[in-house]
Every structure is written in structure tokens, then in C-alpha cells.
Design a protein around this ligand. Structure first.
Ligand SMILES: N[C@@H](CCC(=O)N[C@@H](CS)C(=O)NCC(=O)O)C(=O)O
Length: 125
């Protein structure tokens, strides 16, 4: 079972690499504004999880520079996700607006929708 999962994971990563989306190109000022707004976010993920690949493709397509955290092989990150997020499920987006205001967002579709709404908000700000 572990072997099958490993092989399927490698195929997924290869397919993802071969069909990776083209990142949007923005002006420096606009990209810096987006980078700053997203600097408090990090994505807890597994490298070969299809839902994580979906979110990473979304990040790439929209040129969102969000830190990736390996919640599979890094035990500290895994424990942090369970302790603070509430469960060991990935992808999960940690959104820190300030030290007292941290939100953990699960579900790949919800993460993608949240990021798009943030981009819309920044565009109209
Ligand atoms: N509906 C969720 C599904 C996420 C999911 O099933 N993730 C799996 C990895 S592919 C997971 O976290 N499993 C828990 C574990 O492996 O401990 C989404 O779209 O994000």
C-alpha cells in the first residue's frame, strides 16, 4: 500500500511538473504589495497530496509567494498543525493578521477561494 502510494505520488508530481501553470506577471509595486499582504500566511501541506498540488498550482498561477510547510515529514510542523489548527489534514492555510489573530483554514477549495478574495480586496483597496 505504501509503495503504491509512493508511485502514485511520483506520477502526480511528474504530471504536475509537466503541466505546471504559467505564473501571472505583475509590476514590481503591485507584486510587492501582494507579497506584503500574504507574508503572514503559510501553507501546511504534503508534497505529493493531490489537494495540496491543487493549491500549489493556484499559488503558482497567481504568483502568490506563500511559505510552504511540510506537515508530513517535519514532526514539529505536523504537531503544530494538529495542536493549533485542530486536525492533521492538509492543505491548511495559516493566516496570521497579528499575533493574537491567527486563523487556520482547511479545505483546498476554501483556501483557493479565500486567496482570490484577498486578491480582489487588494485590487480594490
Ligand atoms: N477535502 C479536503 C481533502 C484533504 C485530504 O484528504 N487530505 C489528506 C491528504 S491527501 C489528508 O490530510 N489526510 C490526513 C493524513 O494523511 O493524516 C480538501 O479538499 O482539502
Amino acid at each position: 500500500m505504501e509503495l503504491i502510494r509512493y508511485v502514485v505520488g511520483r506520477i502526480l508530481l511528474l504530471a504536475n511538473f509537466l503541466t505546471r501553470p504559467k505564473p501571472v506577471i505583475r509590476g514590481q509595486v503591485e507584486q510587492a504589495k501582494i507579497d506584503a499582504a500574504m507574508s503572514g500566511m503559510s501553507l501546511y501541506q504534503f508534497r505529493a497530496c493531490p489537494f495540496c498540488v491543487k493549491v500549489r498550482r493556484h499559488l503558482r498561477r497567481r504568483s502568490l509567494n506563500i511559505e510552504l510547510r511540510d506537515a508530513r515529514d517535519n514532526i514539529e510542523i505536523k504537531n503544530e498543525l494538529v495542536r493549533e489548527g485542530g486536525k492533521h489534514m492538509v492543505p491548511c492555510l495559516r493566516i496570521e493578521t497579528d499575533a493574537k489573530n491567527i486563523r487556520w483554514l482547511y479545505e483546498s477549495d476554501d483556501i483557493c477561494a479565500f486567496l482570490d478574495s484577498e486578491l480582489d480586496r487588494l485590487k480594490s483597496a
